[in-house]
Design a protein around this ligand. Structure first.
Ligand SMILES: [Zn+2]
Ligand SMILES: [Zn+2]
Length: 301
């Protein structure tokens, strides 16, 4: 699983600070998460092939998380895209995007599907045999969801040496990897555990931005491999975080600690602070390991 940070700053874009957008590569999918202004340029800089993006997840309808979407859709059209595009986001996103397309008489010739979200409970919004995506209810100034991307449990690994020792025909291998026992010609039953190893643990990635401190989400986030949690402020500005529906670095770390996640990635920084190191320092007083999202940075999870 690979996460590419395209932008990770709050509020207005600056020369070297881009608003939120990320690309998650997971089991052959390339998911775009949020689409702040300038995202298509950031995608170009990161050499992401546009045609591979078939699913876009938008957390909420603040400009720094979705103003790049109409431009990206228009570019898809200009490039002659044929493939379906699925957009998951809060109710209203369809109206916002289709109004712009309508005013410009620039309807897409590729199928464009909107999956509008309204529930305040976690729900499965995408699932196939490899990946499942659920919403994470967030608390912000407007309706917002984070997203939990999880690999489906893999098939068991064949113990080829054991299988050959028992002279098991190769045509049974897939059944064995699916967890079945084997009955030999003499009626002996070989337990699946004699012929397989446990699969690699399924990995998961949780994206939580923008949100105030929501300890209720700990059970949903428990044990995720990597958690991205916004840390717009330091704890000296906890009152401002509460008022604006954001979190502090310490609060992000408290969520990571309580959820026993594998790693915490901070982002959505206010540009009022002199360096990013202060966010990491504050979070590390509560939880480790902590990593700082930076525009263009890749994380192999
Ligand atoms: Zn934001
Ligand atoms: Zn916001």
């Amino acid at each position: 699983m690979k996460l590419t940070i395209l932008g990770c700053y709050s509020a207005t874009p600056k020369a070297n600070n881009n608003p939120t957008a990320q690309v998650l590569e997971i089991k052959g999918h390339l998911f775009l998460i949020d689409c702040g202004e300038g995202t298509q340029v950031r995608l170009r800089n990161s050499q992401v092939r546009f045609a591979r993006i078939k699913h876009i997840f938008i957390s909420h309808l603040h400009g720094d998380h979705f103003f790049g979407l109409p431009g990206l859709i228009a570019t898809f059209q200009l490039l002659g895209r044929q493939a379906e595009l699925h957009i998951y986001g809060p109710k209203g996103i369809k109206e916002a995007i289709t109004l712009l397309l309508k005013l410009g008489s620039s309807w897409t010739s590729f199928p464009l599907y909107f999956h509008e979200l309204t529930t305040t409970c976690s729900e499965v919004i995408f699932e196939d045999e490899k990946v499942v995506v659920k919403t994470i209810p967030l608390k912000h100034r407007v309706y917002a969801n984070g997203f939990l991307f999880a690999e489906q449990p893999g098939e068991r690994k064949l113990n080829r040496v054991a299988a050959e020792e028992y002279n098991i025909d190769i045509c049974y291998y897939q059944n064995i990897k699916n967890g079945r026992d084997v009955v030999l010609d003499d009626g002996t039953v070989l337990a699946n555990s004699l012929l397989t190893y446990d699969p690699s643990p399924a990995k998961s990635y949780a994206f939580c931005s923008d949100t105030k401190y929501v300890p209720e989400n700990v059970s949903l986030l428990r044990g995720v491999t990597a958690l991205y949690h916004e840390s717009t402020f330091l704890h000296q500005h906890a009152d401002l975080a509460e008022k604006t529906g954001h979190s502090t670095a310490r609060q992000a770390a408290e969520i990571a600690k309580a959820s026993e996640v594998g790693m915490l990635i901070l982002g959505h920084y206010s540009t009022r602070y002199s360096s990013l190191g202060v966010f990491k320092d504050e979070a590390e007083t509560v939880f480790e390991p902590v990593f700082l999202a930076e525009d263009g940075k890749e994380f192999v999870i």
